[in-house]
Design a protein around this ligand. Structure first.
Ligand SMILES: N[C@@H](CCC(=O)N[C@@H](CS)C(=O)NCC(=O)O)C(=O)O
Length: 212
């Protein structure tokens, strides 16, 4: 029995599929098109009432959502993949800290940047909100960049799910536009290159980020 991942190529499904690939787990992909707003359909909301992707169906049939929870869960279910430093190790706290930071401080800003009309009453206010959400995302990515203490990875001890998560946010429009990413978050850019070259992860990288 494999996992079933509900997502879209332009979505946070990347971090889930990349983690499962590192774990060598079987995954069936069920596309939920953001362009067609399928995440808001009644059928999908029966799986995730918040109308957001990704959602993961475990081999047991249980549905789990929320990317941070999924990263922690995959690491726990597949300890041999070393997606997180082991419990009790000095780096464990930093890994949990920065995944939680990105989930709570950056991911919600993506909704404001992508769908500002949900939060503003008129077109002009929506455009201003979109811009300030982008600035917030960038400001918070700078904090992640500054917290990266490893040689090639976020943690000094090596590759972890923190790299997968940080790189994912860095590939999206808010960081990509106008060369901002290369100019301001070089360590995360280097992690992206290293990530894209990991044998297990390479096909996932090419699926979600075909242009690099
Ligand atoms: N808290 C959720 C956020 C997920 C999220 O915002 N997903 C985006 C795609 S990357 C989405 O489904 N957006 C569609 C919408 O808001 O309607 C998580 O961490 O999984």
């Amino acid at each position: 029995m494999s996992y079933v991942l509900f997502g879209d190529k332009g979505s946070g499904a990347f971090c889930v599929e990349a983690s499962l690939a590192e774990a060598g787990a079987l995954v069936a992909f069920h596309e939920i098109s953001l362009e067609k707003d399928e995440q808001r359909s009644e059928e999908f909301r029966a799986l995730n009432p918040s109308g957001k992707i990704p959602a993961l169906k475990l081999p047991s049939g249980e549905i789990v959502t929320e990317t941070a929870a999924l990263l922690f869960l995959i690491a726990e279910r597949h300890p041999e993949a070393n997606l997180l430093p082991p419990p009790g190790s000095p780096e464990r706290g930093q890994a949990l800290r920065w995944i939680a930071f990105m989930a709570s401080e950056i991911y919600p800003m993506i909704e404001i940047a992508d769908y500002p009309e949900r939060f503003a009453t008129d077109h002009k206010a929506a455009a201003a909100l979109k811009l300030s959400a982008k600035q917030r995302i960038r400001g918070r990515m700078l904090l992640v960049e500054a917290a990266a203490k490893g040689e090639s990875w976020f943690l000094p001890g090596g590759f972890s799910a923190v790299d997968i998560y940080a790189v994912m946010f860095s590939r999206w429009r808010e960081c990509r536009e106008n060369g901002w990413r290369e100019a301001h978050i070089p360590k995360i850019c280097a992690m992206a290159v290293a990530l894209s070259e990991r044998p297990a992860l390479k096909p996932v990288w090419e699926k979600y980020f075909p242009l690099g």
